[in-house]
Design a protein around this ligand. Sequence first.
Ligand code: PXP
Length: 252
Amino acid sequence: MSLPPVRLGVNIDHVATIRNARGGALPDPVRAAKLAEQAGADGITAHLREDRRHIGDADIARLVAELDKPLNFEMAATDEMLAIALRHKPHAVCLVPEKREERTTEGGLDVAAHHRSLRPFIEKLAANGSRVSLFIEPDPVQVAVAEALGAAVVELHTGTYVEHVFAKNEAAASAELDRLRAAAREGAERGLEIHAGHGLTYDTVSPVAAIPEVRELNIGHFLIGEAIFTGLGPAVERMAGLIAKAREADAA
Ligand code: PXP
């Protein structure tokens, strides 16, 4: 029997990175989002960073107004971002850690250390109608605290697994996959919906997509880079195809 499908959320932040390298309006991340929708994305993900280095406030307003598929709004747990999320009521909000000096989100949110400060954010966002996700390391303590905080979803950070694959460190990659599998199982047993993402590529997506409890993958940087060579539509189609294949009964 095949596993239930995994949704593909396409993160369009880095279309805005290219736009912002020159200023102006092109390339338009909303156009990319619509193309990704047409190519089979199940949702669009965008991270409004505090320094607005890629996605801007106007992009979020347009994405909310113009998309057909659900928007997953990634944000740091700050009062400024909370006000924006409460105003726009995106389908989903994913709380992520954010440091100004980092090039990308470098790890999961330490929900165990910050549970007191995070709780009001989760409560307010959920009461406002957004499905709240916490981006965490694949760690049983983080999963347990996420459940205790009342989050609906955990997104498991796949960046370490991908780094080990790229470094050709098979033992470490396999150990990290085991951590992802165990955290997914633990989270599902606790009633959490399981998502995963960060750094995923054609070569690394299949084992993560094959984790039975995973329901959504959020993928951005690789797809936007691949779009340079093949176009965004074909890149999204190929990624969606790899994810679907990993869910087939005979995939393992
Ligand atoms: N999921 C989360 C929570 C993220 O912060 C990011 C990066 O913004 C992604 C997924 C997508 O990561 P990547 O761009 O490396 O595919």
